[in-house]
Structures are given as structure tokens and as C-alpha cells.
Design a protein around this ligand. Structure first.
Ligand SMILES: Nc1ncnc2c1ncn2[C@@H]1O[C@H](COP(=O)(O)OP(=O)(O)O[C@H]2O[C@H](CO)[C@@H](O)[C@H](O)[C@H]2O)[C@@H](O)[C@H]1O
Length: 511
């Protein structure tokens, strides 16, 4: 098994001198830990939604405190980006999981990314999870078990002896088997599992056990058994040393039957023993009004005119509403046709960008056809258009049924576009009704329409609108601050694990 040395990333060498005094820098430097992020998306390379944003921004923000590296699968988008790749080693096949290689690449700002290279599993068109039509790959359990097992190999030091992580931070169900394989191998490296979305559970049949090389305990309630299936998400929750989710409110909500997706009992238990915490997402500093990257979006009116032209909307003085979203059940967009008249009557226009479930896409195409020049829909996603829409809009609509944290409402606020959102999950934590946006309580057209009417009233009072915009622009929390609770948590878990003399197989501690 060939292994090559990798040089440390620049961000890992960077001295955080601007943030703290010299003595403290040395102290921070001395205590830097090695943290491995295990994630199926990284916005720089492959992104299907908010997980990609967090996986890109959080390791960079944590670079002040720690040496953070990221592991992702080698999708075509990752490999074709042209960053030079160094092959570190080959990992043998295991049970039904094929052999793979681990490569490493350095991103331009110095972030080190490990890549699981296995063309038969990852070299496919489409999203990280499915084909171009949004259909999940039928072998996703193999694809992401291979991924989790590769993470366990990195954690053990087998891949890169000079960079063995002190802690593994796995994200969402695709990384759920990382803490599990680590536990079954008797590794003592502590792990954190973050739930970005409880509704995606990564389920497969119990009879996949031999293919995935799972021990018998995996099929128990204390393992990853979930109503007669195997749940990758439950594996992450049960085998990690600590669970987090992406807002305080969602951390509370998922312990209830309404939001717990059948896992509320387990999550309630974790919360009651201090094993589940809510750590609110931040947003990347590039969204800050003073950031260099903002200079191409100078004034709202010119961006508004650009969005109108993009979506073929009639230019008028009414409010411009936008939706920038994955088009899935979670986002509550089936309410849009029911509130369309309210928007039109107020002289408003609506521009929608996104892709996802076919039924939602068809519904939005029909809606745009019904209101030419007032409602426009573009199927797809592109970062530049998204920014232009945040910058040019007056209001962002987010009628989510549930929302673990949500990032789009904060991006909109950065540009003085006021979110109109359901009072749920992180939306309730990040929007102050009547101050930095508008909240409504029920997933009903009446409740939503009422908030839209309140917003259009504010739109007609320029002083009030301006005051709300200013407050909204100051509302978002940036990762610079938001990353601190993770630093604290990592140190606590690493210290606890150093003090532990427990049994070799950690899995049994988590029943
Ligand atoms: N079709 C598309 N393709 C690609 N990108 C698209 C897209 N449509 C929108 N986006 C972009 O994806 C991000 C959306 O992130 P959100 O956090 O609002 O929701 P998402 O449900 O994806 O994330 C989940 O994870 C995040 C991160 O923890 C939680 O905030 C959130 O509540 C949870 O549902 C934005 O950057 C947006 O511009």
C-alpha cells in the first residue's frame, strides 16, 4: 500500500495574529487539534444545498483554532476541477465495498481536501446523490458506506501517518457510517455527528448487512436498525460521541413527534444526557456588506432591473419577491399558487430559481405560465444568479414546513431583502418578526398571505422599509463568531477521550 507525505495546507500555517495577541497565538498554536470533516458536499466542488455551504465555510472559520481537513467522494465535479491530485494510498475492498484510492488536493486558499477515488461508485453525472432527473442511485448505501469506511481508515492513521485526526466531524446521513465503522473497529478517536436535515435518513434493507460488512449489533435498536431497515442517519446518531444540529430551535423540535421523523425518542434521550446540542449555523464572511466580493452588487435598483430582465418580468415600482430554493416538500412551496393573487394584487412580481422534485417544478412552470410578466421560473441553480436575486429583491419567500437552520434567509438579509418565512426551526431564531423580516405561524395560505400583506404595507412606507432593511443587514451571524461553540465542543470531547480508559470497542458505550 503506497503512501506519500502531504505538505500542510496554507490555512493551517496561517497565524491568527489579527484576532489575538502574540502570547495567545502561541497558546492557540500549541493547542491546535487535527479535525477531519466527513461530508458529501463542499460548495467549492460539489453542492446540492446548504450542507455544501456549511462544509466549505466552517472548516475555514475553524482554521483559526485547528488544522481542519475535509474528506469527500470523488464525483466528476471534484476531479475535473483541475486541482492537482496526489494519490496517498489504496484501500482494499471490504465485504461488498470495492477497493478505492485516497487522493489529496490543495484548494487555492490552502484547504486540504481528501478525496475517495472509486470511479465505479462516484464517476457519474447528476447530483452527489442521484441522476440528472433527481432519482437516487440505487446503490447509495454502497457508495456512502465506502465513503464512511474510508473516513474510518483516515481516522486510524492508516492513510496519512503524519496527519491522524484528533477528532472526526461527520455530517448528515451520507457520513453516518464513519463514526459507526470507527466504533466497530475499536478506534478511540472521538467523533461528532451533525444533523443538517433529519428527514433524509439514508435507509436500506436489513439484508444489505453482509454487503456493508456490518456486525450483528448494527441490526439492533441500539445500533442502526430503524423500523425493519438500516438507517445511516441513526448510525451516525448512535455511534458518534456527540450529536449537534444546526439551530437551537431545531434541536428542541427534533425531540418532538412533529419534527422527530420517528427518531424523537432517541434524540430526547441524547438531549437529556447532554449528547445533543443546537449550534446555529453562521454564514461565510464573503456575504458581509464590507466584503470585496460584494462590490459587484452596488445598488438594489440596478440589480432589480437585472432580475426583471432575466425573468422577463414587467418593470414597475411594485415589490420584487424571490424564491431561491431546492424544490422539495420541506420548503412548503405548494402554498405559492395560493398566495400568488395576493402578490399580484399588491403590484408585486415573483422570480423563482431552483430545481428538485418534478411535481414542484411542474407546478411552478404552470404558475409562471398563468401570470406572464408577473411570475417567472428558472429551473436550475447558479450561484451568480442567486446572488443577483438576493441583491435585487425586496422580499424572499421561505414558507418551509420545517427548516433546520436555513441559510438563504440570512443571505437575503445581508442584501437588505426581507425574508417572509414560517416560524419554524432556525427561521424562528434568525428572523425577528417586524424587525428583520416577517414570520407566520401556520403552514396555511391564510397565515402566509397575512405575512405577505404586512410586508407589502411596509413596502409602501419608505422610512419604515429602510429601517427594517438596515436592521436586517445587521442581523446575520458570521462564521467568525458562530464557529466558536464547535471549537469548545471539540476540545471538551478530545480532553474527555484522553482521560478515558474505557473498553476498546466504543460502540457498546452508546447503547
Ligand atoms: N437547486 C439548488 N441546487 C443547489 N443549491 C441550491 C439550490 N437551491 C438553493 N441552493 C442554495 O443552497 C443553499 C440553501 O441552503 P439552506 O440552508 O437554505 O437549505 P437546505 O435545505 O439546502 O440545507 C439544509 O442544510 C442547511 C445547512 O445546515 C440548513 O441550513 C437547512 O435548514 C437544511 O435544510 C443556498 O446557498 C442556496 O442558494
Amino acid at each position: 500500500m503506497g503512501k506519500a507525505m502531504v505538505s500542510p495546507g496554507l490555512s493551517e500555517l496561517a497565524q491568527p495574529v489579527t484576532a489575538v495577541g502574540r502570547g495567545k497565538v502561541e497558546c492557540l498554536q500549541k493547542n491546535r487539534k487535527k479535525i477531519l470533516f466527513v461530508t458529501s458536499e463542499l460548495a467549492d466542488l460539489a453542492k446540492a444545498g446548504g450542507l455544501g455551504d456549511v462544509s466549505a465555510a466552517l472548516p475555514r472559520a475553524l482554521g483559526r483554532f485547528h488544522s481542519v481537513r475535509v474528506l469527500i467522494p470523488g464525483y466528476p465535479q471534484v476531479i475535473s476541477r483541475g486541482h492537482p491530485m496526489e494519490i496517498l494510498c489504496e484501500l482494499e475492498g471490504y465485504a461488498g465495498l470495492p477497493a478505492c484510492q485516497i487522493g489529496t488536493m490543495l484548494l487555492p486558499d490552502g484547504l486540504t481536501v481528501y478525496v475517495v477515488l472509486c470511479p465505479e461508485l462516484y464517476d457519474r453525472p447528476g447530483t452527489p446523490y442521484g441522476d440528472e432527473h433527481g432519482r437516487d442511485w440505487p446503490d447509495n448505501h454502497i457508495r456512502f458506506a465506502r465513503f464512511g469506511l474510508a473516513a474510518a481508515a483516515l481516522a486510524s492513521g492508516e492513510v496519512c501517518a503524519d496527519w491522524q485526526p484528533d477528532l472526526v466531524h461527520a455530517h448528515d446521513w451520507p457520513a453516518g457510517l464513519a463514526p459507526a465503522y470507527m466504533a466497530w473497529q475499536g478506534q478511540r478517536t472521538p467523533s461528532v455527528f451533525t444533523i443538517h436535515n433529519l428527514a433524509y435518513q439514508g435507509l436500506c434493507d436489513l439484508n444489505c448487512m453482509p454487503e456493508l460488512g456490518l456486525p450483528a449489533e448494527a441490526a439492533t435498536e441500539q445500533g442502526m436498525e430503524f423500523y425493519g431497515k438500516l438507517s445511516f442517519l441513526k448510525a451516525g446518531i448512535n455511534y458518534a460521541d456527540h450529536n449537534t444540529t444546526v439551530s437551537r430551535n431545531y434541536a428542541r423540535e427534533i425531540t418532538t413527534a412533529e419534527f422527530g421523523c420517528g427518531l424523537e425518542g432517541l434524540l430526547k434521550l441524547k438531549a437529556s444526557t447532554g449528547g445533543l446540542t443546537g449550534i446555529a449555523n453562521g454564514i461565510d464572511e464573503c456575504w458581509h456588506p464590507d466584503s470585496d466580493s460584494r462590490h459587484q452588487w452596488p445598488d438594489k435598483k440596478s440589480n432589480t432591473r437585472h432580475v426583471e430582465a432575466m425573468f422577463d418580468l414587467e418593470p414597475n415600482d411594485g415589490p420584487l419577491f424571490v424564491i431561491i430554493s431546492r424544490l422539495v416538500y420541506q420548503k412548503g412551496l405548494d402554498l405559492i399558487p395560493q398566495v400568488a393573487e395576493v402578490i399580484i394584487k399588491a403590484g408585486g412580481r415573483l422570480a423563482i430559481l431552483g430545481q428538485g422534485e418534478e411535481s414542484v417544478e411542474t407546478m411552478l412552470t404552470e404558475l409562471a405560465g398563468r401570470y406572464p410578466q408577473r411570475i417567472g421560473f428558472h429551473r436550475g441553480f447558479n450561484e451568480l444568479d442567486a446572488r443577483r436575486m438576493f441583491a435585487g429583491s425586496d422580499f424572499l419567500l421561505m414558507p418551509s414546513r420545517y427548516e433546520p437552520c436555513g441559510l438563504s434567509q440570512s443571505y437575503a438579509q445581508c442584501f437588505g431583502s426581507l425574508p417572509i418565512a414560517r416560524r419554524t426551526g432556525g427561521l424562528a431564531d434568525t428572523i425577528k418578526d417586524g424587525e428583520t423580516g416577517f414570520l407566520f405561524d401556520d403552514s396555511t395560505a391564510e397565515s402566509f398571505a397575512d405575512a405577505i400583506v404586512r410586508a407589502t404595507r411596509v413596502y409602501r412606507q419608505p422610512d419604515l422599509l429602510e429601517a427594517m432593511r438596515r436592521q436586517a443587514m445587521n442581523a446575520p451571524r458570521y462564521w467568525h463568531h458562530a464557529a466558536k461553540p464547535y471549537d469548545k465542543l471539540y476540545r471538551k470531547l478530545i480532553n474527555e477521550s484522553l482521560g478515558k480508559t474505557g473498553p476498546a470497542v466504543r460502540g457498546s458505550e452508546h447503547g
